[in-house]
Each structure stands twice: as C-alpha cells, then as structure tokens.
Write a protein that binds this ligand. Structure first.
Ligand code: G3H
Ligand code: 13P
Ligand code: ZN
Length: 323
C-alpha cells in the first residue's frame, strides 16, 4: 500500500471548501502521458492554481499503474522545481467498480470517483457506500454521480442524457457519505456534445436543476463532467491541416463561469486538451513533412495545451491565485 500523502498529494476536501467559499472551481484535467502532465503542472504553477489530475480507467491501462504513481510524485516535485508547490490531487475518473477504486486507493490516489450513475438507484447507493467505507479509512475523498450524461461515460455509452433528479440528491448523499456529487444538467462527454447545425447555438445548461440541488444540499460540492467547450478556432485548425471534425459543439465558457461561481467546485475538461494536441501536431507535420523527431511536434503540442489550460484557469474556472 502506498498512501497518497507519501507522494506529497492532497485529497479534495479542503480545496472544495475553499472553492465553494471563494466562488470558483478546481480544474480537473485528464492526463495519459508526460507532455499532458507537464502542460497541466506548468500552467497551474504559473497561474498559482490548485489542480486535480484525473486518470480514467483507459489512462491507467495506457500509462501503467506503477509509472502513474511515480509520475504523480514527480508532478509534486516538478511543481516545486518550477517555483511554487501547488496542491495536487490524484483522482480516478469514472471508477467502474469497487475493485478499481480499492486498487487506486492502495496505489496512491487521493480521490476516487465511483460512477454508478448507469445502475439502478439502490445499486448505485450500494456500490458507492462500499467505496466510501473503504476510501475514508485512508482519508481518500469520494465522488459519486446521479443522473446520466449523454455521450460516452467511459465504457458506458449513454445515448440520451437523464438529468439528475433533485429529489434524490439528499437521500443519495446521506446514505452513501460521498464527499462530492457529479450531476447531469445538460453537459456531455466528447467533442460532439449537441446535435447542432453550423451557426446554431447549443441548448443552455439546466441551471434550474443546479439551483434546486443547491437548495437541497447547501454548501455541498458539486461536480460537472463533460465541460469542454470545443473551441471553434482549434477545430478549424485541425480541419485546415487535414483533419475532419464536423458539427462539433461544446459548452459555452460563459455558462461554465456561471457554474463555477455556484456550488460547482470541480469542472472536468479532457476533450479540449485532446483537440489542442491534435491541432498542434497536425500543423507541424503538415508544414514540415520531413519532421520525424517527436519532440518537435509533441513540444509545440505541450505548449498549446499549456496555453489552453491557463486560459481555462484564468478566464473560466477562476482558480488562478487560489493555490
Ligand atoms: O470522461 C471520460 C474522460 O474524457 C476519459 O476518457 O476513458 O477515453 O480516457 P477515456
Ligand atoms: P469532456 O469530454 O467534455 O472534456 O469531459 C471530460 C470529463 O468529464 C472527464 O470525466
Ligand atoms: Zn466524465
């Protein structure tokens, strides 16, 4: 067993409390490789933002569990080396079972999500409660989910979203003991969040549901998944350099800023980072067809990612200067 404190990590409890009081949200950025991690840490150090490093089940498989531990420890040291020791949470994104969550707790994660949102209500409560009982013994914080986002929830494909039913949230939180709750108010995973024709605006988020959840769970940390904005300039760049992404759409940054001022304490962004990397790599390879040193296309990708993260932190989440 490696405890997260040995790696220099923190859990999310204190960060969420401060975010709630301060009207901002903590960035939860997914990573799978070294360049993504470097971009996240350097962006957060330069803006003095706390951060949640998110690892999905797919990322664990891709990056290797042992390497992940050392990468997380390395991230803590890297931040210090860059000049500022930001608080870093290592979080399991969309944990699919008690066993996956247990294995993460035992290998240095400071926070886990158990995603039982696709299960019948009582089964969701049962597995979430089981994870909480185990994780809390080690002071690891737990995120649960109620309501289903459209798009892909890791390996669970949700054709249509089911908004969170506010009448369930108190019972769920009381019976499971979770530390935070992901809700479905109209966001969705991936780069194709809404079926829109060119020029059309996606439907607004259901702030009425969020407000009702806040009324029933005062001062309780809420999480938004599927919060990429799918920036049109980045999509255009991908397409200009040989890509083919059509009819993409994301959540407007104005709405995310509004959400960050509320009880929403954690905002998950993955797809926007994937798009930034793809645009930068395509640009280099298209402009310099003779290039074959990965550092010369992954380096610019890392730079573009860092700029994207800084923009999110400063202009969308409001977490700059809060570390
Ligand atoms: O919500 C899902 C995240 O974007 C992670 O995606 O399972 O492809 O790593 P992944
Ligand atoms: P996006 O696909 O909108 O970036 O959402 C990421 C996410 O929710 C990770 O859990
Ligand atoms: Zn998600």
């Amino acid at each position: 067993m490696i405890h997260y404190k040995e790696l220099g990590l923190v859990n999310s409890r204190e960060l969420f409390k401060k975010a709630m009081e301060g009207g901002y949200a903590i960035p939860a950025f997914n990573f799978n490789n070294l360049e993504q991690l470097q971009a996240i840490i350097s962006a957060c150090v330069e803006t003095k933002s706390p951060v949640i490093l998110q690892v999905s089940k797919g990322a664990r498989k891709y990056a290797n569990q042992t390497l992940l531990q050392y990468l997380a420890k390395g991230a803590v040291e890297y931040a210090k080396e860059l000049g500022y020791a930001i608080p870093i949470v290592l979080h399991l994104d969309h944990g699919d079972s008690f066993e996956t969550c247990k294995s993460c707790v035992e290998t240095g994660f400071s926070s886990v999500m158990i995603d039982g949102s696709h299960l019948p209500y009582e089964e969701n409560i049962k597995v979430t409660r089981q994870v909480v009982e185990f994780a809390h013994q080690f002071d690891v914080t737990v995120e649960g989910e109620l309501g289903v986002l459209a798009g892909i929830e890791d390996e669970v494909s949700a054709e249509h979203s089911h908004y969170t039913r506010p009448e369930e949230v108190e019972d769920f939180v009381n019976r499971t003991g979770v530390d935070s709750l992901a809700i479905s108010i109209g966001t969705s995973h991936g780069a194709y969040k809404f079926k829109v024709k060119p020029g059309e605006t996606p439907p607004p988020l259901r702030f009425d549901i969020l407000e009702e959840v806040e009324r029933r769970l005062p001062w309780f940390p809420i999480v938004l998944h599927g919060a990429s904005s799918v920036p049109q300039d980045i999509v255009d760049e991908i397409n200009r350099y040989g890509g083919k992404l059509e009819n993409t759409a994301g959540v407007s940054e104005e709405q995310l800023r509004r959400a960050a001022r509320s009880a929403v304490c954690k905002i998950n962004i993955d797809s926007d980072g994937r798009l930034a990397v793809t645009a930068a790599v395509r640009k280099v390879l298209s402009e310099k067809p003779g290039e074959f040193d990965p550092r010369n296309y992954l380096g610019p990708a890392r730079e573009k990612l860092k700029e994207l993260y800084k923009h999110k932190i400063i202009n969308v989440l409001g977490s700059a200067g809060k570390a």
